[in-house]
Design a protein around this ligand. Structure first.
Ligand SMILES: Nc1nc2c(c(=O)[nH]1)N[C@H]1C(S)=C(S)[C@@H](COP(=O)(O)OP(=O)(O)OC[C@H]3O[C@@H](n4cnc5c(=O)[nH]c(N)nc54)[C@H](O)[C@@H]3O)O[C@H]1N2
Ligand SMILES: Nc1nc2c(c(=O)[nH]1)N[C@H]1C(S)=C(S)[C@@H](COP(=O)(O)OP(=O)(O)OC[C@H]3O[C@@H](n4cnc5c(=O)[nH]c(N)nc54)[C@H](O)[C@@H]3O)O[C@H]1N2
Ligand code: SF4
Ligand SMILES: [Mo]
Length: 895
């Protein structure tokens, strides 16, 4: 990569989560890029989490896709785009506009998204454009539209700080929106009266801050919130003025919810009556309540009902759009919100207009001067890939998402792509699983190379700015789409030269024939100059022409976007989750880990981020593990009728009995078989079309392995030994976990070594079933391989440091074969703080020596003092250790 301007600091926005933190990127003379939080950005005020701080380490070009390819061979832009335009045009001509589709992503910029949506809905004339936001935000969108008449997020981040009660439903905020979580942590310190409730079947890192954790049974949230609605009504805690003046449907909703019978709620949710009563009283008695919700709510076959059950409680109390109050759906991806603004979902239209509204269609068509506008919903993600499989889609363009990893029934999706006559993939990397299915591969400009805007969870629009030159022949996504549109004969409407022109058009459409009828209005920016766009500072919408509202919250005094401008209570009834069959007796829950982003194409490149959790796992309750004969670190198979994975068992009380949790991140690039979406079923919510990615009936069994291996390797192996393997980068090379059945195949393992010219040392005891080998070249370690009958007990932290060591003495060589860190360098244990590489053993040691707060641990070890993402984990470790110490003291006293 080459910088545009060395030493010049550029203000941009983080490309990961929906918090939307401002970043200062400064290319350095040595070719690296220094990354800092932007102190002036109103989302993060200078903070960055572990992923944001490591952005500089993800910019290398080693795996980048740099040139267009046709059929796996290097081509050029003209030929590649001619072919795309031709195939799309042919399909449309022969089979009609609904025979083609785009599948895009909340990780493209608003400008990219706007152009893709315009081409499909206004010029091709189909609404077959859907996005990975279907897997993410669709239930929130549907719930908002039902309640508010528009997809409006009423509140702001500040509300979390101003609240006296924050309820986090299906949100692991500490790991998934870390900087917002840190703002909440800080607010709690200055407002000790603040209460935090976490509603999540699992005990997550977020629970470290919770006053109450409600570990409910999966998919029983509607029962809990319907009970709350009834409780609010019965305890006279509703706001009758708000209900009467600004809403409709209260009576029906109350009727549907039924009387508040805490016993029944307890039965359905599996929670204790005391906890439920405590929660209900807290909400009833706290005016300033914010309910934050995320994928535990959205990714469910009853996701939209969950959203409305939550919103109903806020409408009933009038706690909405006021400082410190409101329902708050946090977005996942950096531009999930921008995608919604441009109407990037198959059932939406541009500028927050509705596809099913003839007047809206007319407005959009008139503004675009387009020949037509799609007048019926397109295929939603899961349906779309089913249609691909059924042969109904003849040409498909995938952009900035990896459906063979992230869609449910992912193996089915891969099959579908194999059969699709023409697949285009726009990507930044060659190593994404979906790349293998492309007929045409288009190299896209990555973060740092591209230019445009994104909108975060609180409707704040910020610039992503370019500070690196385009490597190879990469091009921005908007350019690729506009160029194809031109080649398809729509040149006039797609004559953009710069992203700023697209932004201006998007702003103008938001204001076109609006006059307050639509929530999304950034008309104030419709005349923005090139310089103005270049210098754009973060702002929240709405921003109407001539009005510069300082108040950007919605609905404090009603004025919803429904026909009669009234907010709608949506009566929802609890539906019991489906019964588990004998063959699949566990509920599979899936989600994220702290330091990885989705399919790991960027965060999986940095040793620092991988050090937190280097292997896919299944969290399983000790009782279940016991019954299944599963021990810690065994390999387990998690299987459904759709597919299976092999992952490491993590036996823990953090999950409920009968449930397992597997992260979504590991792909075929990093593991033998860990694509969890191959297991997840494709059932969707009937209103939103969002899949229930948090609930799949599965079986769990121990996969007996005859031997286990661990290796650190300077070079990536050409082949992987055994039935199970997981690869991860470390400083100076790779680490490999592996395991297999039968005799360890030493020939295969030799292929891992890949170093016939190196010096080799080995010790082994084949009867006891272990072997250790190490290889050196010029006294530098090339590879160290440990094999044993049981999971290898070598300190991973120590071993991973070996590749970057200096030339080794004899003594050091023997230490490697002994498989042990020298006594003067104790094993730091599993890494908790990835910034300073501090492990759990070090933290325990510090606590034993008197560090009794996160702050003191920080002073002692620096852990948690940079990005702060690990502070909640340090807190939980501290809580556990202090509990243990107290228990020991009690025992001592009793004895
Ligand atoms: N580190 C990291 N951060 C990320 C991302 C990432 O990949 N890595 N991705 C970003 C994206 S795109 C998104 S969408 C967000 C997601 O952010 P979150 O939604 O916070 O993350 P998840 O881990 O998907 O799921 C949240 C929780 O839902 C719980 N859950 C499961 N079933 C239920 C249920 O029935 N009811 C309730 N109440 N809870 C349930 C799970 O146990 C899990 O802890 O994160 C964003 N931030
Ligand atoms: N089981 C299960 N499945 C899930 C979820 C879950 O919780 N559980 N969560 C779902 C959710 S909420 C989400 S958001 C999805 C995310 O799933 P995906 O969208 O499939 O995951 P990413 O790894 O973010 O994919 C982004 C791809 O775009 C590429 N890319 C990055 N920048 C650019 C760019 O500027 N242009 C182009 N053209 N390409 C780019 C990256 O290299 C990467 O391959 O997964 C969903 N799937
Ligand atoms: S919280 Fe972390 S991942 Fe999210 S935007 Fe901020 S720095 Fe990026
Ligand atoms: Mo997401």
């Amino acid at each position: 990569m080459t910088a545009i301007n060395i030493n010049k600091t550029v203000k941009t926005t983080c490309p990961y989560c929906g918090v939307g933190c401002g970043v200062l990127a400064t290319p350095q003379p040595d070719g690296s890029v220094s990354i800092k939080g932007d102190p002036d950005h109103p989302s993060n005020f200078g903070r960055l989490c572990s992923k944001g701080s490591a952005l500089g380490e993800t910019l290398s070009l080693d795996d980048r896709l740099l040139y267009p390819e046709i059929g796996g061979k290097r081509s050029n832009w003209d030929s590649a785009l001619d072919l795309v335009a031709e195939k799309f045009s042919d399909a449309i001509q022969e089979h009609g506009p609904d025979s083609v589709a785009f599948y895009v992503s909340g990780q493209i910029l608003t400008e990219d998204y706007y152009v893709a949506n315009k081409l499909m809905k206004g010029f091709i004339g189909s609404a077959n454009i859907d996005t990975n936001s279907r897997l993410c935000m669709a239930s929130s969108v549907a719930g908002h539209k039902r309640a508010f008449g528009a997809d409006t997020v009423p509140g702001t981040y500040e509300d979390l700080e101003l609240a006296d009660l924050v309820v986090l439903v299906g949100s692991n905020l500490a790991w998934c929106h870390p900087v917002l979580f840190q703002r909440l942590e800080t607010a709690k310190v200055s407002n000790p009266g603040m209460r935090i409730v976490v509603i999540d079947p699992r005990q997550t890192a977020t629970c470290a801050i919770a006053d109450l954790h409600l570990a409910l049974k999966p998919d029983t949230d509607v029962a809990l919130f319907n009970g709350l609605l009834a409780f609010l009504a019965e305890s006279y805690s509703t706001n009758d003025r708000y209900i009467n003046s600004f809403t409709e449907g209260f009576e029906e909703a109350i009727q549907k919810a039924g009387p508040c019978e805490i016993g029944h709620v307890a039965e359905k949710t599996g929670l204790s009556r005391q906890d439920i009563a405590l929660f209900y009283k807290m909400v009833a008695g706290t005016e300033k309540t914010v309910t934050v919700y995320s994928q535990g709510v959205n990714q469910s076959v009853v996701g939209t009902d969950k959203v409305n059950a939550i919103i109903n409680t806020h409408l009933a109390t009038g706690r909405i759009g006021k400082p410190g109050m409101g329902p708050f759906s946090v977005t996942g991806q950096p531009n999930a919100m921008g995608g919604r603004e441009v109407g990037g979902l198959a059932n939406m239209l541009a500028g927050h207009m509705a596809l099913e509204n003839p007047q809206h269609r007319e407005i959009v068509q008139e503004f675009w001067k387009s020949p037509l506008v799609a007048d019926k919903q397109g295929l939603k993600a899961v349906e779309l890939f089913q249609a691909v499989k059924a042969g109904k889609i003849k040409a498909l363009w995938i952009m900035a998402t990896s459906p063979v990893d992230s869609l449910p029934d992912a193996d089915g999706v891969a099959e579908a792509l194999k059969e699709c006559p023409f697949v285009v993939v726009s990507e930044v990397t060659k190593s994404a699983d979906t790349v293998a299915y492309a007929d045409v591969l288009l190299p896209a400009a990555a973060w740092g190379e591209k230019d445009g805007t994104v909108t975060n969870s609180e409707r704040r629009i910020s610039r992503q700015r370019q500070f690196l030159d385009h490597p190879g022949e990469v091009k921005a996504d908007w350019w690729q789409i506009a160029e194809v549109a031109r080649k398809m004969g729509f040149g006039e409407a797609f004559s953009y030269l710069r992203p700023g022109e697209i932004f201006k058009e998007h702003a103008a459409l938001s204001d076109y024939r609006n006059s307050g009828s639509r929530d999304f209005d950034i008309g104030a920016y419709k005349g923005v100059s090139d310089e103005g766009y270049q210098d754009l500072t973060p702002f929240q919408w709405p921003q109407q022409v001539d009005a510069n509202p300082s108040e950007t919250r919605f609905f404090s005094e009603g004025d919803f976007f429904t026909k009669g401008r009234k907010g709608q209570f949506v009566p929802v009834s609890y539906q019991a989750p489906r019964k588990l069959e004998r063959a699949y007796p566990f509920i599979l829950n899936t989600g994220r880990v702290r330091d990885q982003w989705h399919t790991m194409t960027r965060t999986g490149k940095t040793a620092r981020l991988v050090s937190h959790i280097a292997e896919p796992f299944a969290e399983i309750h000790p009782e279940d593990a016991d019954q299944l004969g599963i021990n810690a670190a065994d390999i387990v198979e998690v299987k459904s009728p759709f597919g299976k994975v092999l992952v490491r068992a993590l036996v823990t009380e953090r999950v409920r009995e009968g449930e397992v949790y597997v992260p979504m991140h590991w792909t075929d690039q990093f593991a033998s078989r860990a694509r969890i979406d191959a297991v997840v079923g494709p059932e969707t919510d009937p209103s939103s079309g969002q899949p229930g990615s948090k609930f799949t009936p599965v079986s769990v069994s121990k996969k007996s392995m005859d031997w286990f291996g661990f290796a650190v390797l300077k070079h990536k192996p050409a082949e992987f030994p055994g039935d199970y393997w997981v690869l991860a980068p470390v400083s100076g090379g790779y680490r490999l976990e592996f395991a297999g059945q039968g005799d360890p195949n030493f020939n295969a393992i030799a292929s891992v070594e890949g170093t016939d010219t190196a010096d080799c040392m080995r010790v082994e005891d084949t009867t006891a079933g272990w072997s250790r080998r190490a290889f050196w070249k010029d006294d530098l370690l090339e590879a160290a391989i440990f094999i044993s009958k049981n999971p290898v007990e070598v300190s991973r932290q120590w071993a991973c440091g070996l590749l970057s060591s200096d030339p080794m003495s004899k003594k050091q060589r023997f230490q490697i074969l002994a498989g042990r860190a020298p006594a003067d360098r104790p094993d730091p244990g599993a890494i908790v703080c990835s910034c300073f590489q501090v492990g759990c053993n070090q933290i325990s040691e510090a606590v034993k020596n008197g560090a009794d707060s996160v702050q003191k641990v920080g002073t002692e070890l620096k852990a948690g003092t940079n990005c702060g993402s690990c502070r909640s984990e340090i807190q939980s470790q501290l809580d556990d250790l202090l509990k243990e110490a107290m228990h020991d003291a009690d025992l001592a006293q009793a004895g």
